[in-house]
Every structure is written in structure tokens, then in C-alpha cells.
Design a protein around this ligand. Structure first.
Ligand code: BEZ
Length: 253
């Protein structure tokens, strides 16, 4: 499944922790009434709606038609537009850009940073959170080993999980000043006995290329077996997330 094709219902039903955790980032954004704020990679739009509830003029942007359809259905009063964070522009500048759990899908981080800087007014702020260095390390390694075993192909994952230093340098090269950055673990419980399989199925676009359905089922089985000792604790599956959270400001000149 290519990364921009999503099952938006599965995303909301079984992975709603993505939205719940984004609420901390909202506090750092501190949206003000009347501000124009872009939610880049808005998914199903719940956080865009939370930004709008503060009185800001929120615009949600995503490159997935399925996510946008769901966002528009849930929040018809909010503007949601199709767009790629590495190649977008708007006629009017934004006061702030927010992005939760989206930028690890964007390997062209320099392009995204340049576009975000261009879309902000001078002094405008950026509040982003996504997977950082070491994110979901065990899952990625288990799936990679399983694919190698089943197909003989070595297939590293395709996500972008930078360190604080790497990402700060990307932002600075694009005209941002980084004001604060954190890299921290988030041990995240998954739902149900099939939690780890559901997670891999949902996000397979970033780590699994073309496989027959038999191969895929075998990859799931092997990965689940090897992860049980690490990620199954107290009767529940978990994902070992590492979040990179950054607040930055577009320099004034
Ligand atoms: C994350 O939120 O860190 C993430 C989600 C899906 C795939 C990879 C990373």
C-alpha cells in the first residue's frame, strides 16, 4: 500500500492514540484567536478542529484523499485541502504551522522545511512532532528480518527518523531558528491480541514493498513471534515510539 493510501476508519478506530498524543503539541503551539494556522499532514482532521476551536483560522492539508474525505465529513466547516508538504504554496502567509505524526513519512525533509518556511510570515512559528532517531526500532528490525527470511530481499524501512541535531540543521538551513527540541520515548499500548499485526498492517506502506498475500501473512507471523519477548508486556502489545518534538520560528529577515 503506498503511504498516501490509508484506511481512515482503521486509523481512527485502532490508532486514535496518534490524535490523543497530539494534544500535548497543541499546547506548545498555543493557537490564538484570529491566527491563520496550517495543519500539515492533518489526517482525519481532529487536531485541525482542535486548533479551530481556539478561535484560529485552521486549514488542514494532507496528500491522502481517504483522510481528507473523512476530515471533511467530520468537520464540514473547516477548510481541508489536498497538498504535499514538500511542494505546496498558499496565497496568504500563515502565522503558524503545526504537524503531528506526519513528517516521518517525508524523506525529502529539506524540501518540506523550505516549503514550510516559505508559507510562514516572518516570525511565524512551527510546532512539529514526529518519529525521531530510534523510533519503532524493534518493529522495523523484526519486519526487515522477516522479509529477508521470506523473500531473500533486504528491505530497509523508508521512514525519516532524524536526531535532534540532524533536524535542527535542516530547519536552520531553511531559515528557521530552533527554540526548543526534545527526543523522548513513548511506550504506547496497542489494542487487542492482534495489536502488533494491526499496527504492521496499518503502516506497512513505509516498510514493506510488494509481497504476495501468503508472503505477507508469513512476515506478520515471524515478526509477531520475534517481537513477543520485547513488546508484549502485562498482557498487551506495545509500540516503542520515540518522538521528536521541535518548536522553531521563521527568522525575521
Ligand atoms: C510514528 O508515529 O512514529 C509512526 C507511525 C507510523 C509509522 C511509522 C512511525
Amino acid at each position: 500500500m503506498p503511504p498516501n493510501q490509508w484506511d481512515s476508519s482503521l486509523y481512527d478506530d485502532k490508532h486514535n492514540f496518534v490524535t490523543r498524543h497530539g494534544e500535548d503539541l497543541l499546547q506548545l503551539l498555543a493557537p490564538q484567536p484570529g491566527e491563520r494556522i496550517l495543519d500539515a499532514g492533518c489526517g482525519t482532521g481532529h487536531l485541525t478542529a482542535a486548533i479551530a476551536a481556539s478561535g484560529a483560522v485552521a486549514v488542514g492539508m494532507d496528500n491522502s484523499p481517504e483522510m481528507l474525505a473523512k476530515a471533511r465529513e467530520c468537520y464540514p466547516q473547516i477548510e481541508f485541502v489536498p497538498g504535499d508538504v514538500t511542494d505546496f504554496s498558499f496565497p496568504q502567509p500563515f502565522d503558524a504551522i503545526f504537524s503531528n505524526a506526519a513528517l516521518h513519512w517525508v524523506r525529502a525533509a529539506e524540501d518540506a522545511a523550505r516549503c514550510m518556511a516559505r508559507a510562514l510570515r516572518p516570525g511565524g512559528r512551527l510546532a512539529v512532532e514526529f518519529g525521531g532517531a530510534g523510533n519503532i526500532l524493534h518493529i522495523a528490525e523484526a519486519v526487515r528480518a522477516a522479509i529477508l527470511h521470506v523473500t531473500g530481499r533486504d528491505q530497509p524501512h523508508q521512514w525519516y527518523f532524524p536526531s535532534i541535531g540532524e533536524y535542527a540543521a535542516v530547519l536552520e538551513r531553511s531559515g528557521f531558528q530552533v527554540e526548543a527540541a526534545w527526543l523522548f520515548p513513548r511506550w504506547t499500548p496497542l489494542e487487542g491480541d492482534t495489536g502488533i499485526r494491526d499496527w504492521i498492517r496499518m503502516f506497512r506502506g513505509g516498510m514493506i514493498g510488494p509481497l504476495t498475500s501468503t508472503e505477507f501473512e508469513e512476515v506478520l507471523r515471524l515478526a509477531e513471534d520475534s517481537l513477543r519477548g520485547v513488546l508484549y508486556r502485562d498482557g498487551r502489545w506495545h509500540a516503542g515510539y520515540k518522538r521528536l518534538r521541535v518548536c522553531a520560528r521563521k527568522v525575521l529577515h
